[in-house]
Design a binder for this molecule. Sequence first.
Ligand SMILES: Cc1ncc(COP(=O)(O)O)c(C=O)c1O
Length: 328
Amino acid sequence: MTLSGIDVTNGASPDDVVVTVGGQQALDLIARVFIDPGDVVLAEGPSYVGALGVFQAAEADVVHVAMDGDGIIPEALEAAIAAVAAAGKRAKFLYTVPAYQNPAGVTLTNQRRDLLLAICERAGLLVVEDDPYGLLGFDTDPLPALRSRSRDNVIYVSTFSKTFAPGLRVGWILAPHAVREKLVIASEAQILCPSAFAQAAVSAYIEKMPWQQQLKTFRETYRERRDAALSALTDLMPDGTTWTVPAGGFYIWLTLPTGLHSKEMLPRAIAERVAYVPGTGFYADGSGAAHLRLSYCFPAPDRIREGVRRLGTVIEQEVALRSTFGLA
Ligand SMILES: Cc1ncc(COP(=O)(O)O)c(C=O)c1O
């Protein structure tokens, strides 16, 4: 199968697949196989909180690599690799969610995908590509995955949680052969085998149901909700607040006016009956207080607008409080 002229399967075979209990177990297995206590892992900043939990449980030293609206910044990646080398270490892998990232909502551009792979190959650095949202783009075809451009240097992880049903807990890893064997042994030690019943449900769904049509419906629903969130933010957020514009997936990353702290502000937001995830959860070092993650995947558009209105009021009150106490 080709996409933008690239063979997206790139020689993948069923023998290279490890079926897992969702994407989360996939990340846990990779951490168990690759990480010894004290090892360095490079990860986007901000990063998916569940991956950070797994890396922390494996006692990894997570070094974040900065992103902008186009995904990981290649120069920042090179600088991080050099800094780790200068400390006499070598990172075990780079963890990235290149498409419609959780939590930042940004997507690694085509050009940067090639650059990132070239940098990692030069440094002998394995890439762990976590791709739960790749099929949930709103405006264009998905960009070919990193795995489709590099067969040997990328471990690819995905899941049916966002495109079929999260409760079934079916995910998978596509890994180079030698790595795959180790992952299977680690998985057997952990769970013996994933649920055959859940896999049969996924298999029947793909064989018998119009899943591509269903994906189209999901994409339309989420695009409508993304649009509702973006227009509400534009209309209702106070000055000094900025946010990312996702081209797919579930999330918007919001930056608060200077001086505000998303975690400290959360109780006030909850009192107003609106919730978000503070940015600090997405950094291993607890930074990220100036940011928060909004998810638009579940509420209907009118609820999204009301939620943004309430959040805007909370932010305005925080700004006013800071200026009253001379903190602005
Ligand atoms: C980036 C990312 N990876 C992995 C997962 C976990 O997926 P699953 O629910 O299949 O375990 C999630 C879930 O939110 C996610 O956002």
